[in-house]
Design a protein around this ligand. Sequence first.
Ligand code: MN3
Length: 201
Amino acid sequence: MAYELAPLPYAYDALEPYLDAQTMQLHHDKHHQTYITKLNDAMSKYPDFNGKSIEELVQDLDKIPEDIRGAVRNNGSQHLNHALFWQMMAPQAGGEPTGIIGEAITTAFGSFASFKEHFTKAALGQFGSGWAWLSAENGKLIVHAMSNEGNPLSTGKKPLLGLDVWEHSYYLKYQNRRPDYIAAWYNVINWSFVSQQLQKA
Ligand code: MN3
């Protein structure tokens, strides 16, 4: 059974003016689809792995045959990253989180403003392509950056919130202004999804 691209859970232009429709369409329909196509190509050599969830695959890369492990790491992780990323955003969202995720952030970082500072620094400080993450590790919330395809599951953490800082995620609208993209993105964070991720962790 091949991996499939789920439809974007909202319209391409739903995150305007923060994320533009053209970028969303290219990012979801082309970039994400390409990762899935390449993942399926690699996995087709080993039908024994059929039926593994994408999370299981990324969590246990050591179990993947060596000749396809690199392709599975890159494309499988990016498939998972993007599947999460679309759900981590929503129209009419953003703002300061409340409930269990709001409390967990205040406990870990002192305040929401301080969390934002840490997260922004991680996203800005990632040299070249990669992701900034808010993850749960041993019951604690941490902010960290990972280069290229890195997903927290591969290092034993649970991903709660992630921001794609590959240039393909912002270049059409923001060109080299990564700081403006990051600042705008806080307006579309889907905190209710992040809260569900925390409850699962
Ligand atoms: Mn991307």
